[in-house]
Ligand binder design. Structure first.
Ligand code: RP5
Length: 169
């Protein structure tokens, strides 16, 4: 059975390369802003497969509640993480050099039936939304977090309501 220390990460962010951090920092930012303990690591499904498996096992034992996995190209990281755990895995397609991240998106979203990953939009927005989605999952069992998430939504709605469009000359 998983146990966790008070400060143990509730969300584990993994990415295939340290070069993915520019995008994955947006997931981390949301978690940090909502006060959700998280950990971020660069670990690759094809460059460090054993280390990835060890890390996932360690984090499960440490009480993490979900994984966010960002990868680019033939982006199998999220699927491999999902193969190692029944915890929810949120996948973030990283924009790639040659195909702009469409390759990453299709690799992640086309998981065969049985081992799901929840795939988000390509790039910064998808990464931030993966962080927000993790917050929403954790808020199911944390009333304080739910209140903060609702306040965040209300602030966004207020900004739309207050928006002034430019007059035509
Ligand atoms: C994937 O290959 C990583 O997720 C990264 O997006 C992509 C390129 O990796 P680097 O060559 O930049 O380390 O494994």
């Amino acid at each position: 059975m998983a146990t966790r220390k008070a400060t143990a990460p509730l969300v584990s962010i993994v990415m295939g390369s340290s070069n993915d951090w520019d995008v994955m920092q947006h997931a981390a930012r949301q978690l940090k802003d909502f006060g959700v303990p998280y950990e971020a690591r660069a670990l690759s499904a094809h460059r460090t497969p054993e280390l990835l498996a060890e890390y996932v096992k360690k984090r499960i034992e440490g009480g993490t509640q979900c994984f966010i996995a960002g990868a680019g190209g033939a982006a199998h990281l999220a699927g491999v993480v999902a193969s190692l755990t029944i915890l929810p895995v949120l996948a973030v397609p990283i924009p790639s050099k040659h195909l702009g991240g469409l390759d990453s998106l299709l690799s992640m979203v086309q998981m065969p039936k049985g081992i799901p990953v929840a795939t988000f939009a390509i790039g910064d927005g998808g990464s931030a939304n993966a962080g927000l989605f993790a917050v929403a999952m954790l808020a199911l069992n944390d009333a304080g977090l739910a209140r903060r998430l609702q306040a965040f939504r209300t602030k966004q709605a207020d900004a739309v309501k207050a928006a002034k469009l430019p007059e035509l000359s």
